[in-house]
Ligand binder design. Structure first.
Ligand SMILES: [Zn+2]
Length: 325
């Protein structure tokens, strides 16, 4: 089923108290969405689907109208998820930078999403707090959850950045959570995409615990989000969750397994569209039964389903849906 923001809040509180992680999966197409919904539901696991501004532009077609794209994706999710009663999903906007404030506002007011990420991490701390607070106040009125981000390198064009600047400082995290009232925040612990580009950065899973302990000690326990997690081992993800992570973002993983499944199909079924070298073209007929897009796109859909099923087992959200629990 499709959750509203209030139900989604319950999902994250439950995950935090039981120490398991919700897999947040980036989507663009109906095939990905179907694969994910089936995978989450088969495993009685709640989940979150995510859209980026780029995904919305793609979904809209040549107009690249991000609102149209968000409406398309949101509608597909809301309609398809009606079939599934063992689990629920929400829809989240991933990495909306401050220039996308109007996009967030329209999505929230049109009830297209259940949660949003405002990523003002490239701004100075005070400015990040100011912008994030503004989004929190807008979203609270519509019971939509907000994820913020801290700990990013200030200005990627800066050539000289000390390594410690890559990581979220626990004190800053505490101040950010108290001042903004976010429901979730992305901490930079050495995985954040973009930040680690071209550099070898040490994964600091201990830092998650340090941040989590400090927030708990100050009575403001909050869900920590792990970005850029596709490259992590199962063990590393489980330690991150035990240390306080409740939302693990996955995008690249699915892209890879979808491409691999379709490649494997075409390697095997190539002669359905390409005349084999030993056959004369006059004697060759393409095979509609095998090039029907439903035959090969379903391979990608199955791959997504299999992958999310494995991810919810690793993160512990399997059999932990707030439905019937
Ligand atoms: Zn991210």
């Amino acid at each position: 089923m499709y959750f509203d923001g209030t139900q989604l809040k319950k999902v994250f509180l439950n995950a935090k108290s039981k120490r398991f992680g919700i897999i947040a999966s980036n989507v663009v197409f109906d095939s990905t969405i179907r694969g994910l919904l089936q995978g989450y539901n088969n495993n009685h696991s709640d989940g979150l689907l995510q859209i980026s501004s780029g995904a919305c532009k793609y979904a809209a077609g040549n107009s690249k109208d991000i609102i149209i794209g968000a409406e398309v994706i949101s509608s597909i999710i809301k309609i398809l998820s009606k079939q599934f009663n063992n689990s629920g999903v929400g829809l989240h906007i991933d990495h909306a930078t401050p220039n996308y404030f109007d996009f967030i506002k329209e999505c929230v007011e049109k009830e297209l999403v259940t949660s949003v990420m405002i990523d003002a991490s490239k701004e100075k701390f005070e400015e990040n707090v100011r912008i994030t607070k503004e989004v929190v106040s807008l979203c609270k009125r519509h019971s939509v959850l907000v994820e913020g981000e801290i700990g990013y390198i200030k200005g990627t064009e800066d050539e000289i950045v000390s390594e410690t600047e890559l990581y979220t400082s626990p004190e800053e995290a505490l101040a950010f959570v108290i001042q903004t009232g976010v429901d979730l925040f992305a901490a930079s612990v050495g995985t954040n995409h973009g930040v680690t580009k071209g550099e070898k950065v040490e994964l600091r899973l201990d830092l998650i615990k340090e941040i989590d302990d400090l927030l708990i000690d100050n009575g403001v326990e909050t869900g920590i989000v792990l970005h850029g997690a596709s490259g992590l081992t199962a063990k590393q993800q489980q330690i991150a969750i035990r240390n306080g992570v409740v939302k693990i973002n996955k995008d690249t993983d699915y892209q890879y397994y979808m491409a691999k499944a379709v490649q494997e199909y075409w390697e095997k079924e190539k002669d359905a569209v390409v005349c084999p070298k030993n056959v004369h073209y006059d004697d060759y007929t393409p095979d509609k039964k095998r090039f029907d897009p439903r035959k090969w796109i379903i391979q990608a859909e199955q791959a997504v389903k299999n992958q999310v099923e494995s991810l919810v087992s690793i993160s512990g959200s399997k059999n932990n849906s707030i439905i019937n629990n």
